[in-house]
Design a protein around this ligand. Structure first.
Ligand code: ASP
Length: 239
């Protein structure tokens, strides 16, 4: 498989501008490309497709890459089939997945990405690259017919992964607890990606970029911390 993906935990880290922390990796992903198709369906804070695309356009244009929004096309599926590369932005994962199905983009994205079209996602756009959206942090604010995502990789991701505050008096579940609950009902591994982290996937090779370790959850095992230099290839096995 000639996959070429960049799955980013968050678009903006504390103290940096939109996509700034991932500039090097984005440029490497898009080497040789001059345009990218943006999918603004996740609509963070309810922003319009147009305004969201305008926001996404800013850093790419600085890097010499033109951006069009998928909503600008009469036939969004054709836009995906003809795109040089695709970027799905963050926001609400349920709203995003529902729109991907409603606009019949799921199969087109799977086929193009599996043939090597560069794909990048941030947050919700990273969630939908996984097997299901069952490990999103979002509220199910719209109804989706299925949690099955694009399945560009055979595992799930939990973006914006947060460690418990040692002195916190908060009694709600930790991420570890929620993901352990997920594993009572689902087998696939879950990668907890802290803000600033991203996974670069080229074929069957997976590498972690960014300043943090990633927390990996396998069913019936204790969570493990993996460093950027570690071997993540076991994640490509099917579950
Ligand atoms: N709402 C997140 C985002 O920024 C996704 C998540 O936390 O699961 O896209």
């Amino acid at each position: 498989m000639s996959r070429n993906l960049l799955l980013i935990s968050t678009s903006t880290t504390h103290g940096t501008g939109y996509l700034e922390h991932a500039e090097e990796e984005i440029k490497a992903l898009l080497q040789g490309k001059s345009s990218i198709l943006f999918i603004p369906y996740a609509r963070p804070s309810g922003i319009s497709h147009k305004d969201y695309t305008d926001k996404a356009r800013v850093p790419f244009e600085k890097w010499g890459i033109s951006v069009t929004g998928v909503h600008e096309y009469d036939n969004p599926e054709k836009a995906v089939r003809e795109a040089e590369a695709v970027f799905i932005g963050g926001g609400n994962t349920f709203v995003l997945l529902r729109n991907l199905y409603q606009n019949k983009l799921v199969q087109a994205l799977q086929e193009r990405v599996n043939k090597g079209m560069p794909y990048m996602g941030t947050s919700a756009g990273t969630n939908v690259a996984g097997k299901t959206i069952g490990t999103t942090n979002d509220m199910p604010i719209v109804h989706v017919k299925t949690f099955d995502a694009l399945q560009l990789v055979p595992f799930n991701i939990n973006p914006h992964f947060q460690d418990p505050e040692p002195n916190s008096k908060h009694m709600g579940e930790t991420r570890d607890t929620r993901i352990a609950e997920f594993h009572h009902h689902n087998r696939q591994p879950v990668v907890g990606l802290r803000e600033g982290s991203m996974l670069r996937i080229q074929g069957d090779r997976i590498r972690l970029h960014g300043p943090h370790t990633a927390r990996i959850f396998l069913q019936s095992e204790k969570p493990m911390e993996f460093k950027p230099s570690d071997d993540f290839s076991f994640l490509t096995e099917a579950y």
